[in-house]
Design a protein around this ligand. Structure first.
Ligand code: COA
Length: 227
């Protein structure tokens, strides 16, 4: 179903009344049709959009979007994290211009230019420099599309938009992380050209009662440190 209750044939981006679509912006940034990943992704999203009844626009989040973002996140995670989202908004929305990005996809149906728009997806990312000895790169750490409008190019448009913002500041690598059993996200990112990178995540439980926690004895007894 679409955000308005109908099943989209195949949604996607449409040129907004002002400005450019994410697809158009990325294509322009690459000479209007360079055959790189960003332009390809944008063209795919635009093609998907063209076949659907949805008008799609990717833009920076606003305070008024937060209830919709919180509700959308809750449909995926099952958790209603209002405080968390207020913090994310302060860090990536209001104060995030330049290196931190919190973008939403806004969809409206029909031909009426002033048709009511619905938030149908979001993406959050930031440029981080010299983490793990790595030159500045763009991290995408959250992306969600309303289940009612999935497989219609919205996710592609969101990723292309944040990718284009990373490229604007000279970043030449995009990274993300996902749960290994999240095959949906893996398929999506794979389709966007991402493959396994050179970094691997490592983790351990910490705190009282865990191997490295208070009272567990020396680090050596607990298995040693990373060095
Ligand atoms: C992953 C997600 C963002 C994709 O959004 P979307 O709008 O459906 O993606 P698109 O329509 O742009 O799809 C792009 C490509 O991704 C892949 N893809 C998308 N949905 C897929 C599915 N259900 N199965 C397999 N591949 C899929 C396809 O290759 C697709 O290209 P195609 O349509 O040409 O085959 C969306 O499904 C989602 O929000 N899932 C939940 C994400 C999540 O777990 N978030 C929490 C952690 S951050």
């Amino acid at each position: 179903m679409s955000a308005h209750g109908k099943t989209p044939r195949r949604a996607g981006t449409e040129t907004p009344r002002r400005g450019r679509t994410a697809a158009g912006a990325a294509a322009a940034a690459h000479g209007g049709g360079a055959a790189d990943g960003s332009a390809r992704g944008e063209r795919r999203a635009a093609a998907a959009a063209a076949a659907a009844g949805l008008r799609l626009r990717v833009r920076a989040v606003r305070q008024a979007d937060l209830p919709a973002v919180i509700a959308l996140d809750a449909t995926v995670t099952g958790l209603h994290k209002a405080d968390y989202w207020q913090r994310v908004y302060r860090r990536y929305g209001v104060a995030g211009q330049g290196l931190r990005h919190f973008l939403v996809a806004e969809a409206s149906e029909g031909k009426a230019a002033r048709a009511a728009a619905t938030i149908c997806g979001f993406v959050i990312g930031e440029v981080r420099d010299w983490e793990f000895g790595s030159p500045p790169c763009g991290w995408v750490f959250a992306i969600d599309v309303d289940p009612r409008v999935r497989q219609a190019g919205v996710g592609t448009a969101l990723l292309a938009a944040v990718r284009e913002r990373f490229e604007r500041v000279g970043v030449d690598r995009l990274r993300t992380m996902l749960a290994r059993d999240n095959t949906l996200l893996l398929s999506f990112f794979r389709a966007q050209g991402l493959t396994a990178g050179r970094l691997i995540p490592l983790e351990t439980e910490i705190g009282p009662g865990t191997a490295g926690g208070a009272g567990a004895g020396s680090p050596a007894a607990a298995g040693g440190s990373a060095r």
